[in-house]
Ligand binder design. Structure first.
Ligand code: S3P
Length: 429
């Protein structure tokens, strides 16, 4: 079978300014809340990529109008009451969509829906959402007793619960908060360590019930609420690839503009700084309650570090690209706290270890940690394992010496045109 690949030649200094596509997390949530709102609202500069197009498609099947308006989406909401879909809802590769949707549908009285996804999504753990939703009264059935998709939901009356998340997960927190909007009484979610708070910020944007007290977030039943336009900041997780690429290739200087700098997302900046990275950033404005600004990265010799496991939830999607930086650093980097990476789009701990080895890097892999010996990589071939972030991270790891990326199109899940943008920055020198 002919598999597609892309050969990247060794890249000279990366130079220039770039805007990355809209934030994936904010786009999923923005679309869902606009679908529940009354009237018409625009999602401005959203991410239009594999995952979020799945969300648009699913919301259309639930009766919301989601229209293309140039780079934006125009959404005509349903005013809290969704329509029963005529067919199975295909969530594609999008874990955020499936998990948040379970919360959204659980309280839609009488509505029946079946959720499925691609092979990767059907392997991912759903019990973490299904169990607390059942405790709220939700009727959900699925494979392995409701631990895996396909899952069937029959919406019904819900009651609020108090729930402490057993694993740090913004998706579980968000699913419960969405269900809480339809539940009797209060729903309280407590997190052991902070995770991304986009749902909370969007609840405020739309005037939905919300109380935050330390690590506890509470919501309760909402009445109809009006649609409101929403600007989506650039995705920090996409920006991370160019920032690290600039740190690795001698002579580089890249500025990413209009990027979301929500502190629950930017743990990578803290770790890279500790490695000696020449990074500067500034928050210039807030959009929909999200801080937005620019980040500048200049080529920097890096030092290995021992990463604080408490930072992992604040950079959970950036660990693959951190591994790329660690491979080029001097000395050893230890990254603990990685158990959640085993259940992402791929087993990212294994995918990182295998790709680093393919590039000649010495790496030790534990159940929830990686130990990477730095010193640079040699050219080779990297394998995305059906995972967008692995494809992009290892393109970056091999960029200074040239690398073959198999199935590069996986990047399209979160960043259509990633390789075009990367090559543009390389060519600008
Ligand atoms: C996301 C939360 C994270 C992250 C995912 C997007 C979100 O997942 O890895 O890419 O939008 O809430 P978990 O909540 O499972 O950690």
């Amino acid at each position: 079978m002919d598999r597609p690949f892309l050969d990247l030649a060794p890249c000279g200094p990366l130079k220039g300014r770039i805007r990355v596509p809209g934030d994936k997390s904010v786009t999923h949530r923005g679309l869902m809340l606009l679908a529940l709102a009354e009237g018409e609202g625009r999602l401005l500069y959203p991410l239009k990529a594999g995952d979020t197009l799945s969300t648009a498609r699913v919301l259309r099947a639930l009766g919301a109008e989601v229209l293309e308006e140039g780079p934006h989406f125009l959404v005509r909401g349903r005013g809290l009451r969704l329509k029963e879909p005529e067919d199975v809802l295909d969530c594609g590769n999008a874990g955020t969509l499936m998990r948040l949707l379970l919360g959204l549908l659980a309280g839609q009285e009488g509505l029946f829906a079946v959720l499925t996804g691609d092979a990767s999504l059907r392997r991912r753990p759903m019990g973490r959402v299904v169990e607390p939703l059942r405790a709220m009264g939700a009727r959900v059935e699925g494979r392995e007793g409701g631990k895996r998709a396909p899952l069937a939901v029959r919406g019904g009356p819900l009651k609020g619960i108090r729930y402490t998340l057993p694993v740090p997960s913004a998706q579980v927190k968000s699913a419960l908060l969405l269900a809480g909007l339809f539940a009797e009484g209060e729903t309280e979610v407590e997190e052991p360590t902070p995770t991304r708070d986009h749902t909370e910020r969007l609840f405020r944007h739309f005037g939905l019930p919300l109380e935050v007290e330390g690590r506890k977030v509470r919501t309760w039943r909402t009445g109809p609420f009006p649609a409101k336009d929403l600007v989506v900041p650039g995705d920090f997780s996409s920006a991370a690839f160019f920032l690290v690429a600039a740190l690795l290739v001698p002579g580089s200087e890249v500025v990413v503009e209009g990027v979301g700098l929500n502190p629950t997302r930017t743990g990578l900046l803290t770790v890279l700084k500790a490695m000696g990275a020449d990074l500067e950033w500034r928050v210039l404005e807030g959009e929909a309650g999200e801080p937005v600004g620019w980040v500048r990265a200049r080529y920097s010799p890096l030092q290995g570090v021992s990463v604080d496991p408490g930072l992992i939830p604040l950079m959970v999607d950036e660990v693959p690209v951190l591994a790329a930086a660690a491979a080029w650093a001097e000395g050893e980097t230890h990254i603990p706290g990685l158990s959640e990476l085993r259940v992402k789009e791929s087993d990212r701990v294994a995918a990182i270890a295998q790709n680093l080895r393919a590039l000649g890097v010495e790496v030790e892999e534990g159940p929830d940690w990686l130990r990477i010996q730095g010193g640079g990589v040699r050219g080779g071939e990297v394998e995305p394992f059906h995972d967008h972030r692995i494809a992009m991270a290892f393109a970056v790891a091999g960029l200074p010496v040239g690398v073959r990326v198999w199935e590069p199109d996986w990047a399209e899940i979160s960043y259509p045109g990633f390789f075009r943008d990367l090559l543009r920055l390389c060519a600008a020198s």
